[in-house]
Design a protein around this ligand. Structure first.
Ligand SMILES: [Zn+2]
Length: 412
């Protein structure tokens, strides 16, 4: 039977969707290495063209988003001297299509936000584009593993990359992004790993108990089994010094730009450190059978008294990461209004406890327990009681036979 092109594409998509059901996405970061001056110029040009192209569409979004804009070989840009034409020669048509799709996605989320009653503006021009979508593996980019090289569409030279060893052999490579950071150029590659393999890895280290988490200020994470995690990664002295220096320079001058670049680099360093700690914590939590956490109002904390302290721990990202962890192990989110600090986790007695009291002393059963541990135990108790209804069947009775289920139980 002869297939038309459209049928072939449809079939490929269907097969991919089928495969994805048994796979788990992971993003790996590869660093482009040994870049010569010429390489840097080429990459710079690529990002510059991406910016021109992006801004060209945003300038007349109604007419340019659809149709054949992505075929444009020349765009007009605004300069102090008026409009000028610029040639697009490095940015491939696939990359351009990727940028168009990205703009469509942004518009869609703006629309969604608006529907929710959130005040939104319009898409604005960018002074810099920091990542370029590389959609199809094999077309926009390709990796030759044996030589640690990556080929990017439109650039003849194959770049040496660092970090390929992290990607397992069984991984299926999908889309990627070429990313420009203060410390250099990177490739963020989305890989699909066989679910079975990932789950096996988790299962080997798994303990047969569920855990409750209390998110806090003093200790970022307190577990119901008494374990505590605290970290504090403040802004560096160097950053403060650079910021002071920047304020003394004339805005827009060469020195100003140079220091600004140094500041970006310092931020990258600090954020990497914060993310690193988070990754370690999340990785540790994977061993539990089930995770229960209160959907805390971290944003509320940020705006209030604890602002700086929260930022310096980077705890804000933890709930998001727990949500994505839910594709591997059950994560239950307990409503933030559920009383967890004022209830005795042993007898259920409810009593007042002030912010300064670090120990919960039950007036009824007499138990004395760390305030945060008590909270974490309550979070777990509430979560498990919630499971008692229709979702109970989702949690395996035999703890040894955990078949992780894909859901996040959110009471809202
Ligand atoms: Zn009690």
């Amino acid at each position: 039977m002869v297939q038309t092109k459209a049928e072939r594409i449809k079939n490929t998509l269907r097969r991919t969707r089928e495969r994805r059901k048994h796979q788990i996405p992971r993003v790996y970061q590869l660093k482009l290495q040994n870049l010569s001056k010429k390489d840097e110029e080429k990459l710079n040009r690529l990002f510059l063209e991406a910016k021109w192209f992006y801004n060209c569409i945003v300038a007349d979004i109604e007419n340019r988003l659809s149709g054949n804009t992505w075929k444009l070989k020349e765009v007009e840009i605004k300069t102090p001297e008026g409009l000028e034409k610029r040639e697009i020669k490095q940015l491939s048509s696939h990359m351009r299509q990727g940028i168009v799709e990205r703009i469509k996605r942004s518009l869609y989320s703006l629309k969604k936000a608006k529907e929710k009653g959130i005040k939104v503006g319009k898409l604005s021009f960018k002074s810099e584009v920091r990542s370029i979508p590389l959609k199809q593996y094999g077309t926009t980019y390709k990796i030759s593993g044996d030589k640690n090289r990556v080929k990017i569409q439109g650039i003849k030279k194959k770049f040496r990359v660092l970090g390929l060893h992290q990607i397992p052999k069984s991984a299926e490579l999908a889309e990627a992004q070429l990313v420009k950071k203060p410390s250099g150029y990177y490739l963020h590659v989305v890989c699909y790993l066989p679910k079975k393999e990932v789950l096996k890895e988790i299962k080997e280290k798994q303990v047969k108990e569920p855990v409750g988490i209390d998110l806090g200020i003093k200790h970022q994470l307190t577990l119901s089994n008494g374990e505590k995690f605290s970290w504090y990664i403040p802004e560096t002295e160097r950053l403060k010094k650079l910021q002071k220096e920047l304020s003394r320079k004339q805005k827009g001058s060469k020195r100003y730009q140079k220091i600004k670049e140094k500041i970006r680099r310092e931020w990258e360093y600090i954020n990497n450190k914060r993310r690193d700690v988070q990754s370690k914590v999340i990785s540790y939590l994977k061993k539990f059978l089930l995770i229960a956490v209160q959907d805390d109002n971290i944003k509320g904390w940020k705006e209030g008294y604890f602002g700086k302290q929260i930022q310096n721990t980077g705890i804000g990202g933890i709930t998001a990461r727990l949500r994505s962890l839910a594709t591997l192990i059950p994560v239950v989110f307990v409503d933030r209004y559920e009383p967890t600090t004022q209830v005795c986790s042993f007898c259920g007695n409810r009593q007042k406890i002030s912010l300064s009291e670090r120990t919960f002393k039950c007036q009824k059963c007499g138990v004395e327990i760390d305030r945060d541990v008590n909270s974490a135990r309550n979070v777990l108790r509430v979560a498990l009681s919630r499971l008692a209804d229709p979702l109970k069947s989702a949690l395996p009775v035999d703890c040894g036979e955990v078949t992780p289920v894909e859901w996040v139980y959110s009471p809202r």
